[in-house]
Design a protein around this ligand. Sequence first.
Ligand code: G3P
Length: 218
Amino acid sequence: MKFFIDTANIDQIKEAYDLGILDGVTTNPSLMAKEGISGEANIIKHYKQIAETVEGDVSAEVISTEYSKIIEEGKRLADIAENIVVKVPMIKDGVKAISHFTEIGIKTNCTLVFSAGQAILAAKAGATYVSPFIGRINDISWEGMDLIEEIADIYENCFFDTEVLAASIRSSKQIKDCALAGADVVTCPLHTILGLLKHPLTDIGLEKFLSDYRKLNG
Ligand code: G3P
């Protein structure tokens, strides 16, 4: 399972990348706004910096919602760097745009996916990744992990190549659950990745090893 970080914050991307476990980055307009990035030139410059910081795929989301505009914007984003993946919302014009990007060899991430039916459409259009939003499904008291499992099963049954990229992850436990449910990729904030490190017995065990060492070695 690949690990992507879900942020537009360069320091956090570097911190995760330096751990040697990072396979890529996902962003969205809200995450870009959180970093105060505005204006097309600045947005492009920022995506370029992210794409240069990591080796893996970097999802850059279009803000257009009409087919021809999505195509124009997506091509501009794809031109920024080879590892840019154009993130397109699950709407009718978006599906059509993903089909076109697939034909011309531009990688895509179909975002804002909340049902298995939507995931089938994304895969039929040839999306490189599909992004089901686990946390937002849980927010309305459904079970996000069931959707990951369903999509993973369907893709396996139908031999779709699209990778299941579990998004809107809010806890470290969900990362483990995604691995069990068959996700190909998880994208999550830095603190949920670092949360995987934590176990009290590790801390207690390390303290004991070090204190025993110090007893004899000063
Ligand atoms: O990748 C999508 C993600 O950024 C959404 O997360 O926490 O806003 O639902 P959240």
